[in-house]
Design a protein around this ligand. Structure first.
Ligand SMILES: [Mg+2]
Length: 322
C-alpha cells in the first residue's frame, strides 16, 4: 500500500463525514436548478451553514460511528456479541440529543424495535431497501479488509438491524467491499466489474444491474447519470452505491471533485457524497483531503481518534485471525 494504514483509515472516516456534511444542505433540494438558485452557478463548493453550523454531518456519519464503536469494543468477540453491541450502539444513537439531522424513517423504526428488545436479526423492516444500511458500513470495510468473507458476513448482518430486503443487505456489503479494495490500492477501473460479480453471488441483482452500467457512463454528465432515468436518486441502497461508485470512478485521483459531484445532485446528496467520500478517502488517504475541510468538519479530532482506535482494534483482530 502506498500510504500507511492510519492515513487511509483516517481518510475514510474523515472523508465520509466531509461528504456527508457537504451534501447535507442539498439533500432535500430536488433539482440541480434549485441547488444553483440557492448556492450559485457552481452549486455547493464548501461547507454551508443552515440551522446547523457549516461542517455539521448527519445521521449517515452518526450511524457509521455507531458501527465503528461497536467494532472497536467488540470486533474481537464472537459474532453474536459484536452484533449485540451494534444493536446497543444503534439504540444509543436513536436516543441521542444529536439525532436531529433528518434521520431515516426505516433506521429509526429498526432502532425502536431493538430498543424494545427485538432480536437484531428480525428488528429491521423486512421489505425495505432504503440506503440507510448502505451508507454506514465503511468501518466494516476498514476493520475486516484482511478477511473478505467475514467483511461480507458482518456488513450484511449490519443491514438486518434496520433494513431486511436482500438488496439492502447486498448494498451494505458493497460499500464495505469498495472501501476495502480502495484501502488496498486496487485499480478503480476494476471496481464496477468486480462489484457486479460479487453482488450476483449474494442475491444483489438489483445492485449488479446498476453497477454494470458504470463503465459506459464515465464520460456522461452528472445530471444525466445521477437521476431517476439512469442510476436513480440514491434513496435506495443499490442506487446510492452505484451513484457513489460512479462519482469515484470518474475522478479517482481527486477527493474534492468526487465529493462535490455527489453533493450537487437532485437526489440523496449526503448519502452519495458520504459513500463516495469514504471510497475516495480510503484510496487517497487523509493527506489528499483539503486541510480546511479536514479541520472544518464537525468533531474532526474525534473522527481522527475513532479511526486510530479502529486501526488498533483491527490489528488486534488480525492477530486473532492468524
Ligand atoms: Mg443523512
Amino acid at each position: 500500500m502506498a500510504s500507511d494504514l492510519l492515513d487511509k483509515f483516517a481518510g475514510t472516516i474523515i472523508g465520509l463525514a466531509i461528504g456527508d456534511a457537504m451534501g447535507r444542505p442539498t439533500e432535500f433540494l430536488s433539482s440541480i436548478e434549485k441547488i444553483r438558485d440557492t448556492f450559485g452557478p457552481d452549486g455547493v463548493t464548501d461547507f454551508e451553514a443552515d440551522r446547523h453550523p457549516a461542517g455539521t454531518y448527519t445521521d449517515d456519519t452518526q450511524m457509521t460511528l455507531a458501527i465503528a464503536r461497536a467494532l472497536i469494543a467488540a470486533g474481537h468477540e464472537p459474532f453474536e456479541d459484536l452484533m449485540e453491541r451494534m444493536a446497543t450502539e444503534f439504540v444509543a444513537w436513536r436516543e441521542s440529543p444529536d439525532n436531529d439531522r433528518a434521520p431515516g424513517f426505516t433506521c429509526l423504526r429498526g432502532c425502536e424495535e431493538l430498543a424494545k428488545g427485538v432480536p437484531w436479526r428480525i428488528a429491521g423492516v423486512a421489505d425495505s431497501k432504503g440506503c440507510g444500511s448502505a451508507m454506514r458500513t465503511a468501518p466494516i470495510g476498514l476493520y475486516f479488509h484482511h478477511n473478505e468473507k467475514r467483511l461480507i458476513t458482518v456488513a450484511r448482518a449490519s443491514s438486518l438491524l434496520t433494513h431486511g430486503h436482500p438488496t439492502a443487505l447486498a448494498s451494505a456489503a458493497a460499500t464495505a467491499l469498495l472501501v476495502a479494495w480502495a484501502l488496498h490500492d486496487d485499480d478503480p477501473n476494476d471496481y464496477p466489474r468486480r462489484l457486479t460479480t460479487a453482488m450476483r453471488k449474494m442475491d444483489g441483482e438489483e445492485v449488479a444491474t446498476l453497477v454494470e452500467k458504470i463503465p459506459d457512463l464515465l464520460s456522461a454528465e452528472p445530471k444525466d447519470v445521477l437521476c431517476g432515468a439512469c442510476l436513480g436518486e440514491a434513496w435506495t441502497g443499490e442506487s446510492a452505491v452505484a451513484s457513489a461508485l460512479w462519482c469515484f470512478c470518474r475522478t479517482p485521483d481527486d477527493f474534492t471533485k468526487t465529493v462535490l459531484t455527489g453533493t450537487n445532485t437532485a437526489g440523496d446528496s449526503d448519502s452519495i457524497a458520504c459513500i463516495a467520500g469514504s471510497i475516495s478517502g480510503a484510496y487517497l488517504g487523509l493527506n489528499a483531503i483539503p486541510p480546511h475541510w479536514r479541520k472544518g468538519v464537525e468533531n474532526s479530532q474525534m473522527l481522527y481518534q475513532t479511526a486510530k482506535e479502529l486501526l488498533a482494534a483491527h490489528k488486534q483482530r488480525v492477530n486473532l485471525d492468524l
